[in-house]
Write a protein that binds this ligand. Structure first.
Ligand code: SF4
Length: 334
């Protein structure tokens, strides 16, 4: 049976951290077995809020791809490609811009949330490009005939907007586009080392897939613990301690149970507890670190994966654009 086509992607604005790993990468690694998988490195979308920092975006394209490969994304099963190298997406974005109102974009809950988080970039006046990124995302999906889009609840309104555009397009130009289906995944949101609900580079509270054992240890030693605990025999509360929170992710369930019991009983020192956690995280990330080192030592292999993936995606995009332009009566001299 032919596999359905699944599309996912990320903005390359920084290396991937364990929040990305648990949030979406684990799921993608699993789903690549089931679907024909395409993974977009959304450099154009990254520019919407980094337009004045092209070096950052450029540098992170490669970093993100190496992170994907290190985490188990298999280029034999997943086509990894660069957004800006598919010009048909930009062309389709222009066509779709006639099918969406500004009011509808402003009402999109995901855009609203992101705008609130990016006040430092935009102030009170948001750019046309940022407001319109759901339109270009709809083009990303449909130019490749994406059928399945795995997403967390927070991103659902973006895919819903894409579905609306598809319906509008088909009602005007004929039944040309496939309406993608949302595959709602319970994306695990991982808190930062400082207890912040979000893990991120700008917050300085992230552990990266590429962090060295020394960096991991240093970061874990600075993690937020129960502030009321001064001495080892003080009775602690693991529920408000980030070290316990991460033990739950990286240690065995038996170990986690011991952490909580010993902490509550005042039988566990925080330094010991942190060192134990750091070792478990280092061990967990070891295979990824090793794979990363391999790809870093073989940049020609990374280039080949990106180029082959992008060429494959481009061919598919060209084929679909031909059908789309024909439906829109834009197929001059064909
Ligand atoms: Fe946190 Fe461990 Fe210290 Fe308890 S003993 S407060 S769980 S670091």
């Amino acid at each position: 049976m032919e596999k359905k086509r699944m599309l996912t992607g990320d903005r390359p604005t920084g290396r991937l951290h364990i929040g990305h790993y648990f949030g979406s990468i684990v799921n993608r690694v699993k789903l690549q077995e089931e679907y024909e998988s395409y993974l977009l490195v959304a450099d154009v979308q990254a520019l919407t809020d980094n337009f004045n920092n092209p070096d950052k975006v450029r540098k992170n394209v490669r970093e993100v791809v190496i992170d994907y490969l290190s985490c188990g994304i298999d280029p034999e099963k997943t086509t990894i490609y660069i957004q800006s190298m598919i010009p048909e997406t930009a062309e389709l974005t222009v066509f779709y811009s006639n099918l969406v109102t500004i009011a509808r974009l402003e009402r999109n809950p995901t855009v609203k949330t992101e705008l609130a988080q990016k006040r430092d970039v935009f102030g009170e006046s948001v750019t046309y490009g940022f407001l319109g990124y759901p339109v270009s995302q709809a083009a990303d999906i449909t130019v490749l005939n994406g059928e399945i889009i795995p997403t967390g609840e927070d991103q659902e309104p973006l895919i819903e907007q894409c579905r609306e555009i598809v319906r509008k397009f088909n009602s005007i130009y004929g039944n040309v586009l496939k309406e993608p289906k949302i595959l709602l995944s319970k994306n695990k949101r991982i808190k930062g080392l400082d207890g912040n609900e979000k893990m991120g580079k700008s917050l300085g509270n992230a552990i990266y897939i590429s962090d060295s054992p020394e960096e991991i240890t240093k970061k874990v030693m600075s993690a937020l613990t129960d502030p009321n605990r001064i001495r080892k025999d003080d009775l602690g509360n693991p529920d408000i301690c980030m070290v316990a929170y991460y033990h739950n992710l990286f240690s065995s369930q038996e170990e986690y149970k011991n952490v909580c019991e010993e902490c509550r009983a005042g039988k566990r020192g925080c330094v010991f507890c942190k060192k134990q956690l750091a070792n478990n995280i280092i061990e967990f990330l070891k295979p990824m670190r090793e794979k990363r080192a391999y790809y870093e030592a073989h940049p020609e292999l990374v280039d080949k994966i990106i180029l082959e993936g992008t060429n494959k995606a481009r061919e598919e995009a060209k084929k679909n654009m031909k059908r789309i332009k024909k439906a829109m009566k834009l197929d001059y001299f064909e």
